[in-house]
Write a protein that binds this ligand. Sequence first.
Ligand SMILES: Cc1ncc(COP(=O)(O)O)c(C=O)c1O
Length: 386
Amino acid sequence: MNSKNKIDKQDTILKELKKYRNKDFTFSSGHILGSMCTQPHPIAKKMYMKFLETNLGDPELFPGTREIESKFIQFISELLNAPKNHLGLIGSGGTESNITAMWLAKQLTGKKEILVPENAHFSFEKIASLIDMKLVSTPLNDDYCVDVNYVEEKINNNTAAVVGIAGSTELGTIDPIPKLNDICKENNLFFHVDAAFGGFVIPFLKKIGYNVPDFDFKLKGVSTISVDAHKMGCSAIPLGTLMVRDKRWINKISVDSHCVSSDKQAGLAGTRSGGPVAAAYAVARFLGEEGYKKLVKQCMNVTNYAEDRINEIGLCLAVKPTMNVIGIKLRNPFKVVKLLTDHGWKVNEMKRISCIRIVLMPHVTRKVVDEFIPDLKKTCIKAGEI
Ligand SMILES: Cc1ncc(COP(=O)(O)O)c(C=O)c1O
């Protein structure tokens, strides 16, 4: 094919793909209100492209990218007060981190029951079927946080792990992690904290003066923590981190890796791109503590503003927001979600608690809230909610 033909062919393909992309919602429009992801930071986009061909599944071919990965893990370990002997595993997101954590718990304990709060992310259901573990669901209190008395009651000889959530998918609530920590320490249990969303929020909320519970490795009973950079870390998809208290545990989820340059490979993935890792590290370096503090403060200001506006139109919140997630109680959330979609807004239905959920990610500004509220009011009147 001559070069003119090549260019023509590329143009044709580009046009074809653009046509599909134009069918998507975009974060930049502000109309995605129900996602825990956001527009990647500009530096993430650049670095992702630069590291596109790298493969961290074959680290000796890409020692530089491997160093970047170590630096990013170091950043997360400081964020979470990880002990000296910690280890970090980078994966595709919260689902992979939860699977890996429960796999580790099963391997370390030889047991199969996981005590999981009722509002846990659905990835735990995948775990139950994938690695043959039994989920024991623990009920919540009126504040939508797990009831620690039930957790204590349900511990038995088969318990492999207890899970606490620091930033729930439904409402951004934080379980009483310090109390769960005490229970796990007392009973010598593996304790996984799912902070996929909250990991990039809670440390900065604390630093700007919010009263939020401890959730990290400062609590000596915490075994693993999951944190996603592709959520409030503002980096590119896919980037999840599983932090593990003791690096010696890794042998339990490692295999000999014959056909690549390293002797052993831990975790689920084989070939995995260094692109998202370079992107996440670049964002962390660029924003740093001050940048993330500012971002979290901005998201909380917009959350408080949205909360007031929602109350003004006569709707009720499920619970006072702990972080930048709002649940609006409705009789028929499905109908409202559908009507809002007709107006070009994407919010999510939280079926279990009869709510719609709005996540005030960095792309959701006050201006967006001002545009959204009249449409929300209209749809709720039409749906008979107000
Ligand atoms: C608390 C929590 N854990 C895990 C996940 C799963 O994350 P991912 O979709 O990145 O796999 C989510 C997703 O929203 C979440 O909110």
